[in-house]
Design a protein around this ligand. Structure first.
Ligand code: AMP
Ligand code: ZN
Ligand code: FE
Ligand code: FE
Length: 311
């Protein structure tokens, strides 16, 4: 029986372990396999793959793409678009859901994926200073260098390819005592409806799935509970995403209660989606430990088989 954790983050996005250290940790925690799924970047994959090979841990190269939760707008084919939540009135401010798509077995040098990663990073780089300005105007003492430092850019470290974003800003707000938790930072300042919320262009789910497939990868909907929809809403989204080519559903995740796992497994069955699982380990940035959520051999086999079809 394999012990595979298929959802992890490294310092290439908002995790706190270097990609190579994740491989060592995977071995120490008795995992036979892990996937690195950094937000909108493949920058950590090479290092993780090399370390995993040395340690004889199976490695699945992955990515986690943030996409627009507005699936009805996703049909237009635009690669990057403004999320409707930001264009509509206050009535929509309670829409805090996110839509993340995991890609497994991706070729990290695939041009389409590289282009999207760069676009997503540029969208953040344009937005981040605007958030900082809003925070400053609210009387918060913060500057962008502190955020870059939180992202691992201290001592002139190269942040090339690293996804610097709100989790790092949240980290600074917490370190400086403005909030008690990352969650509070999003609620009060950074999330939709927060005082310093600033929209950025979003990738359409269709473009995300297409880019994953074009990179030879398998597309999986991450942590469906984070879409903040009721059961019918989740099913509607899954149905829509399936018509866009979705291959799998993350049924096991550290945010999922047993009842969620049960319901999502049935949903995956109904839509013929591969059920996957992972901890969403972020190092010391979240309480969850590597290997807290794992999935069986069968999942790995199904993912590998599905990836063959996109090669
Ligand atoms: P960004 O990509 O810079 O816009 O930041 C989005 C990331 O922040 C997401 O991928 C999540 O990992 C994280 N995030 C979003 N909302 C929350 C929240 N309420 N609490 C903690 N982390 C969050
Ligand atoms: Zn993250
Ligand atoms: Fe996620
Ligand atoms: Fe994640």
């Amino acid at each position: 029986m394999a012990k595979a954790d298929l959802h992890t983050h490294s310092t290439a996005s908002d995790g706190t372990d270097a990609p190579g250290d994740l491989a060592r940790l995977a071995r120490d925690r008795g995992l036979s396999c892990f996937a690195l799924t950094d937000h909108d970047t493949t920058a950590g994959l090479e290092e993780a793959a090399a370390a995993a090979k040395k340690l004889k841990v199976t490695f699945v190269p992955g990515i986690e793409l943030s996409a627009s939760p507005d699936l009805d707008a996703a049909g237009s084919g635009n690669v990057v678009r403004v999320a409707d939540e930001d264009l509509q009135g206050p009535a929509d401010l309670n829409r805090r859901g996110n839509l993340h798509l995991l890609g497994y077995h991706i070729r990290q040098d695939a041009p389409g994926l590289t282009r999207i990663a760069r676009q997503q990073q540029r969208a953040r780089e344009e937005r981040n200073p605007a958030i900082i300005e809003k925070l400053q105007s609210l009387g918060v003492s913060i500057d962008y260098d502190e955020v870059l430092e939180a992202a691992g850019g201290e001592n002139g470290t190269d942040l090339q390819g690293v996804s610097v974003g709100r989790p790092h800003i949240a980290q600074v707000l917490m370190t400086k005592g403005y909030v008690k938790s990352i969650h509070e930072a999003f609620l009060k300042y950074l999330g939709v409806g927060g005082a310093a919320y600033t929209r950025r262009d979003r990738l359409s789910a269709m473009a995300a799935i297409e880019a994953i497939h074009a990179a030879g990868g398998v597309a999986v909907l991450a942590h469906p509970v984070q879409m903040a929809l009721d059961h019918a809403g989740v099913e509607h989204a899954v149905a829509r995403l399936t018509t866009l080519g979705l291959d799998g559903l993350e049924t096991r995740h550290s945010d999922h209660e047993p009842a969620d796992v049960h319901r999502l497994t049935a949903l995956a069955d109904r839509y013929d989606l591969i059920p996957t699982g992972g901890s969403d380990y972020h190092g010391s940035r979240k309480a969850i430990q590597l290997g807290d959520v794992v999935c069986p051999d069968q999942t790995l086999e199904r993912l590998a088989r599905a990836a063959e079809a996109y090669r």
